[in-house]
Design a protein around this ligand. Structure first.
Ligand SMILES: Nc1ncnc2c1ncn2[C@@H]1O[C@H](COP(=O)(O)OP(=O)(O)OP(=O)(O)O)[C@@H](O)[C@H]1O
Length: 438
């Protein structure tokens, strides 16, 4: 039920034209709302208890959501909340799969308890499904619920298009130590990030699978030395590409991480295929998607990606960090692209297969076309040929964006989160561009 209430004043940033609308939610229902483009909406919990994607709301605190946000406020016990600002849509739904998601969490927690008791490892869970079924949301929910019980699960982010951990075009792992912040999501401290270079696994599936294996290897090594990480298990978020090579990549991931549970969202066909192709001890579970998950247009996805890169340099909502701009001499860095363009088999050197070219480091000659490209700064040691082979599988220590190139002076100007000099000199170019309009 919604009622208009007078605007409240507080220390928070006022939302223009904000007359509050109150919603009283019965238990096990959720308020779904979307924020209009160019607007902000504030949410306040007035009575009872409620959560946003697994993170509890504090009473009488105003949470601000930016343009385009799609949010669900769920309550197990019943609550009263108020929305201030212009929403594109706001409605209460009784029909949510939250009980099923909670049961899934309870089953995973049971597995963690058994792992603790028997000195085994905790559940490794892969969340799969087509695009826009709420995979990332389910991952966030399960991770927040686990961490609220004192667990230390790991988020493995394999969605190179919409990464929740780092900039797009990367594959990463993050140890979760506290529930996601209601506005900002998980606090990203010391993630392990690998350079993939584009927003679709299909551009270099061989590299995608290779990096999946690298992440699995590092995660397993961590589990060997960190009991809490091992018992906490991991939740793997995957891409929405579930056919052909995309499907094979899921099967590969399941085997690399030795997953115990696969949660399939909203696609019976995928569920059946995985049940057929994965070993019998892997529990494949079909879960419905929430009716609240909103389909995002290409444009919306592009904007989200841009926002993620902006956030990397300027901080959340563009106000916390102050990036640096400085010149880098061409002679001081080595720029590579991973993967040579495919050529007909008949033109390949003797003994070389097409696969080899996909993992090849191709030197890039700096020129004007570098402008606006995002470059990953590889952690690989600078120097000798020998270490070059390790560049593809080395994590990255950060990102820069080329804002200008002066071919005459042989320098490029870069936007960097840290002042000069660059910590390493091996740079990997992404297909992704970012135009810094700040
Ligand atoms: N119950 C809900 N009510 C309202 N919005 C929701 C709900 N669940 C998820 N959303 C929103 O729907 C959008 C898509 O969800 P999500 O990113 O989890 O999907 P996905 O399957 O991971 O997408 P992708 O195709 O990028 O892999 C997000 O903006 C999310 O905030």
């Amino acid at each position: 039920m919604a009622t208009e209430v007078a605007e409240k004043t507080g220390e928070d940033v006022p939302v223009p034209g904000a007359g509050g609308t109150r919603f009283d939610l019965e238990k096990e229902t959720e308020l779904r709302f979307e924020v209009e483009a160019g607007e902000r909406v504030q949410l306040e919990l007035l009575t009872g208890l409620a959560e946003v994607f697994g993170s509890e709301l504090n009473r009488n605190k105003k949470y601000t959501f930016g343009p385009g946000s799609k949010i669900a406020v769920f309550t197990w016990q019943g609550c009263g909340v108020c929305l201030y600002g212009k929403t594109e849509v706001a409605y209460v739904s009784k029909d949510t799969p939250m009980l099923l998601y909670l049961n899934t969490h309870a089953a995973l927690e049971q597995m963690r308890r058994l792992a603790e008791r028997d000195n085994e490892r905790g559940p490794r869970v892969m969340v799969v499904g087509p695009t826009d079924v709420g995979k990332s949301t389910v991952c966030r929910l399960l991770l927040s619920y686990a961490v609220r019980l004192g667990r230390r699960p790991t988020l493995v982010e394999l969605d190179v298009g919409q990464s929740g951990v780092s900039v797009p075009g990367t594959m990463s792992a993050l140890c979760i130590e506290r529930p996601a912040d209601v506005e900002e999501g998980f606090s990203v401290q010391a993630p392990l990030v690998f350079h993939f270079g584009s927003t679709s696994p299909g551009t270099n599936i061989k590299l995608y699978n290779k990096l999946t294996s690298s992440l699995a290897e590092v995660y397993s090594q961590r589990c060997e030395v960190n009991r809490k990480a091992s018992v906490g298990g991991c939740i793997i978020n995957t891409c929405g590409w579930v056919k052909g090579s995309g499907y094979q990549a899921l099967v590969h991931c399941a085997s690399a991480f030795e997953v115990d549970v696969v949660l399939v969202l909203d696609q019976e066909r995928l569920y059946n295929e995985l049940k057929r192709d994965l070993p019998h001890f892997v529990r494949v579970v079909l879960l419905p998607k929430s009716g609240g998950v909103v389909e995002r247009s290409k444009e919306c996805r592009r904007e989200t990606r841009d926002e993620k890169i902006r956030e990397y340099f300027y901080g959340f909502r563009g106000v916390s960090f102050y990036p640096h701009a400085f010149d880098v001499r061409f002679s001081d860095v080595r720029i590579y692209k991973i993967g040579a363009p495919s050529i007909p088999d008949s033109c390949l050197p003797l003994g070389m297969s097409q696969d080899d070219t996909q993992l090849k480091l191709v030197p890039v000659t700096p020129g004007r076309d570098l402008t606006h490209h995002v470059l990953s700064v590889s952690c690989a040691e600078d120097g000798e040929e020998g270490s070059r082979r390790g560049v593809v599988e080395s994590p990255v220590c950060g990102f820069i964006v080329v804002t200008a190139v002066d071919t005459q002076a042989q320098v490029m100007t870069v936007l960097s989160p840290a002042p000069r000099p660059l910590p390493r000199h091996t740079l990997l170019i992404m297909d992704i561009r970012f135009i810094d309009l700040k």
